[in-house]
Write a protein that binds this ligand. Structure first.
Ligand code: ADP
Ligand code: MG
Ligand code: ZN
Length: 439
């Protein structure tokens, strides 16, 4: 039996705002002493009131806009209720049926369109640390992360394999970095991935009656492995007419397999209801357009423009636009290079082939370096050949000496040619050409 995988993704991205989502505590928690960046709001103390972070909401909108989402004129926060020790309030402030962004898409390099269901705003939880203190196993809670702004981006189940998933994730990471709204460093947990996987028989078009969610993966390659593993596991079950259980699983990198964590709860289990402490938002059109104006040129557009403007060879435009800082560096160097008649193509080649470290080499320094090497602007081959032949013709005796085995004679001839070309040829090239012509 052949099956087609059906895959949808939920991705959490931590925003790099200065302060948290609903209080003024610092949102930069990495490496900080536990529980030093907390207040009554993010500790969930009774009576503390949340105040939404405007910057975070605008950044959420920018992410949505970059994914071609609509920005509805009405939006609100909701409470998602569940119990877990890292969730101080007993609920997470999230968005349920009226998110900031919805109905977008991303186009993969194959031309396939992946639907984006929504991009909404929520808050991160605290962090549980399982440690041994005085010989006893204990769980500790650090609330520094509690209330850090998170954007969740949910796709339609449009992926059919891990390769498509990986491309989507890489592009998404690139976009949020271009927007400069998140570092999306996976190792720090700033971008967390949750693939939902099910299988249907080839040719079927309806969604399977179950799905398996693999939670909280923090690497692109683990996502690939988890998807590949799940496809094989579920296919085996379906082969024996067993419907896989709808559940949440986790990726175990040591054993290279997914393990069941819990039966998946339904939305109804969360008892979502409108957050009573934050009134709904009604946006004015002019405000949304004002946010849209903050959109920078995104990777795809930049790549197209680089191709068109600088006529770069091959994949060079793609390589130079992978990171915004590299693209900016290139354009800065092109500007300086223009003054010295150095082509953009040459600059691109240098940056890529010589792996120029943009952190330590200034664009102006790079141009100086290119200039110092490129001054050997070489004569066309046939012009050089003519000059060499003239030198040979007018130094008959020296040529005879060379032919009789006098090595010094060759050096003399090279010197004569170098005088004639006025620096527009390399001595090594001239030497080789002479040897060839005197054969
Ligand atoms: P839940 O309410 O359980 O979170 P959603 O319907 O909101 O489920 O979908 C969550 C994610 O699962 C989305 O990315 C969606 O595309 C994906 N998804 C939905 N149905 C399936 C399916 N049958 N197989 C794989 N992924 C699915
Ligand atoms: Mg979900
Ligand atoms: Zn706080």
């Amino acid at each position: 039996m052949y099956y087609q995988p059906v895959i949808g993704l939920e991705v959490h991205v931590e925003l790099k705002t200065k302060s948290k989502m609903f209080c003024t505590c610092s949102a930069i928690y990495f490496g900080q002493k536990p529980n030093t960046q907390t207040c009554p709001v993010c500790l969930g103390l009774p009576g503390a009131l949340p105040v939404p972070n405007k910057q975070a909401i605008e950044w959420c909108m920018l992410i949505g806009m970059s994914l071609h989402c609509e920005i509805p004129f009405l939006a609100k926060f909701d409470r998602k209720n569940y119990f877990y020790p890292d969730l101080a309030k007993g609920y997470q402030i999230s968005q349920y049926d009226e998110p900031f962004c919805q109905s977008g898409y991303m186009v993969l390099s194959s031309g396939k369109r992946i639907g984006i269901r929504r991009a909404h705003m929520e808050e991160d939880t605290g962090k549980l640390l399982h440690e041994t203190v005085d010989g006893k196993k204990v769980s500790l809670i650090d609330f520094n992360r509690s209330g850090v702004p998170l954007v969740e981006i949910v796709t339609e189940p449009h992926f059919t394999n891990a390769v498509e998933v990986k491309e989507y994730l890489q592009k998404l990471q690139q976009i949020v970095r271009y927007l400069a709204v998140a570092n999306a460093d996976m190792e720090k947990g700033e971008m967390r991935l949750e693939p939902n996987i099910s299988l249907r028989k080839m040719g079927e078009t309806e969604l399977p009656g179950y799905k398996v969610e693999v939670k909280n993966i923090n690497s692109f390659s683990f996502v690939e492995k988890a998807i590949t593993f799940e496809i094989a596991r579920q296919a085996k079950l379906l082969d024996t007419d067993t419907l896989p259980v709808q559940e949440t699983r986790g990726w175990d990198e040591d054993q290279k397999l997914t393990v069941s964590q819990r039966n998946k709860e339904e939305a109804a289990d969360y008892r979502y209801f409108p957050e009573p402490d934050i009134p709904p938002f009604v946006w004015e059109k002019t405000y949304i357009e004002q946010v849209r104006k903050q959109l920078p040129e995104l990777p795809e557009a930049k790549q197209k423009r680089f191709n068109a403007t600088y006529s770069l060879p091959g994949y060079n435009a793609e390589i130079l636009t992978r990171e915004r800082t590299v693209a900016d560096y290139f354009e800065e160097a092109v500007k300086i290079g223009k003054i010295h008649a150095i082509e953009a193509k040459k600059i691109a080649n240098w940056m890529i082939n010589k792996k120029i470290d943009i952190e330590t080499v200034l664009p102006a320094t790079l141009i100086k370096e290119i200039k110092s090497v490129e001054v050997v602007e070489e004569l066309p081959e046939d012009t050089l050949k003519k000059i060499i032949n003239n030198v040979i013709d007018s130094h008959g005796k020296v040529v005879t000496d060379y032919r009789n085995g006098k090595e010094n004679a060759l050096m003399f001839l090279v010197g004569q040619v170098m005088k004639e070309v006025k620096g527009k040829a390399k001595a090594e090239t001239v030497r080789e050409a002479l040897i060839n012509l005197l054969k």
